[in-house]
Design a protein around this ligand. Sequence first.
Ligand SMILES: C[S@@+](CC[C@H](N)C(=O)[O-])C[C@H]1O[C@@H](n2cnc3c(N)ncnc32)[C@H](O)[C@@H]1O
Length: 272
Amino acid sequence: MSELPPLREVIAAHGLSASKALGQNFLFDEQLLSRIAAIPGDLSGKAVLEIGPGPGGLTRALLRAGARVTAIERDARCIPALAELSAAFPGQLRVIEGDALAEDHATVLGEPFHVVANLPYNIGTLLFTRWLGGETWPPAWQSLTLMFQQEVAQRIVAAPGSGAYGRLAVLAQWRSAAKLAMKVHRSAFTPPPKVMSAIVHVTPAEAPAGVTARVLERLSEAAFGQRRKMLRQSLKGVPGALEALETCGIDPQRRAETLAIGEFVALARVLS
Ligand SMILES: C[S@@+](CC[C@H](N)C(=O)[O-])C[C@H]1O[C@@H](n2cnc3c(N)ncnc32)[C@H](O)[C@@H]1O
């Protein structure tokens, strides 16, 4: 198993020149990849969903950690390279050629799973909002370990009062714990992207009672849609929101970015 060829040889052998359209920035440093695979904790025997395995660098690190990996990859050119990996780790890797946005991950996995992915930037935020949204909680996933552009990672873990605090932070933190697990320098990627990257680790927490995701998302959408405005202005279009501010003792002259997650939750509870 440790006799796998270096990743650069895999790329050369299968002609995997990086495609910009598919958001391909590959990682080759196997030490770095092992550190990423260790972020969720012990994965031995656990089910893992990887989106966009590409030539399989992160995939091998996950397999070496003992995970049972289901990998969804859109680029047909990568499938033969991944088949080699599957042969080297019998029974541990299932590769699905397809679009991760078109798959129902819970159904594909059929059991609780951890998500670990060096995501294509163009679909990263969309997948993230799908995993964190919706009324079904706890979700089918047990943790998310995801590479983002550093600026997006900072928005996910942002605290109130910072310019980065907004809808993504509320979505990621109202019933989950989100932390910045690792910064990754742009030079670690081939080709290097323009910006720095960072890995976010998210675990689900207990959902606050009496709050629907739909109402909470509607509130934060309205509040941060006009983030420079006072809440009495930005929440005008949300029926009952101005009364809810009063019920919760929240000054309507405040702005969205000063509201703690708990205050969004309190407002959503009144409106749910
Ligand atoms: C940033 S690269 C990461 C590759 C590899 N995991 C690594 O770390 O070196 C993103 C990968 O996602 C794949 N991809 C892009 N869009 C996808 C989609 N909609 N569904 C599944 N995979 C996709 C790309 O082909 C590429 O292999």
